[in-house]
Design a protein around this ligand. Structure first.
Ligand code: GAR
Length: 189
């Protein structure tokens, strides 16, 4: 059985979609949820599916180095095959990324390298982009720059508002992220 850790900071709709996709799997199991945010809605979603969330509260640490130290110490106690970042809004420090090279993936709601960083759906929408999309990529030492695994794009129809664009993006994410996780763990990428 392959084991997956999901890390998330907020709502957790991707977490839920991934859990649902693998809920009857005999090959792949979502074994842990880690969050840096004690108020994240993903905590409720985890409890609902029987996963005890691990909260490493960022606000209780002196700085990002101390937080990353605690996170790394915790990760080292776990047995797993892949770390999946799903709306995880902290930057993993270089030593963690290097230690788990090719074992951490992320999803980002833009067609990278366009629109790195935060609030990118809104930025793309306000810039009247013709296409939007998602990128699933390996995590490297920088932000939103790792090797791309999959991108999916859709055309923004003229009558779509921001809410509709966000909905379309999330639908893409929920559809493709679990499939990519499956393929990676089955050696398909
Ligand atoms: C997702 O759209 C994900 O692509 C984005 O956060 C959202 C989390 O939604 N991630 C990033 O922007 C990372 N840079 P969720 O909490 O409902 O899964």
């Amino acid at each position: 059985m392959k084991k997956v850790i999901i890390m998330a900071s907020g709502n957790g709709s991707n977490f839920e979609a991934i859990c649902k996709y693998f809920s009857n799997s005999k090959e792949i199991k979502i074994s842990h949820l880690i969050t840096d945010n004690p108020k994240a809605y993903v905590i409720k979603r985890a409890k609902k599916v029987g996963i005890e969330p691990k909260i490493i509260d960022y606000s209780t640490f002196k700085n990002k180095e101390e937080y990353n130290k605690a996170l790394f110490n915790y990760l080292k106690t776990l047995d797993f095959d892949l770390i999946v970042l799903a709306g995880y809004m902290r930057i993993l420090l270089e030593h963690i990324v290097k230690y788990y090279k090719n074992k951490i993936i992320n999803i980002h709601p833009s067609l990278l390298p366009k629109y790195r960083g935060l609030n990118v759906i809104e930025k793309a929408f306000n810039n009247n982009e013709e296409y939007i999309g998602i990128t699933i990529h390996y995590v490297d030492e920088s932000v939103d720059t790792g090797k791309i695994i999959l991108q999916k794009k859709i055309k923004i129809e003229k009558y779509w508002d921001l809410e509709k664009v966000e909905k379309e993006i999330h639908e893409l994410e929920h559809k493709y992220y679990p499939q990519v996780i499956y393929k990676i763990l089955k050696g398909g990428f």
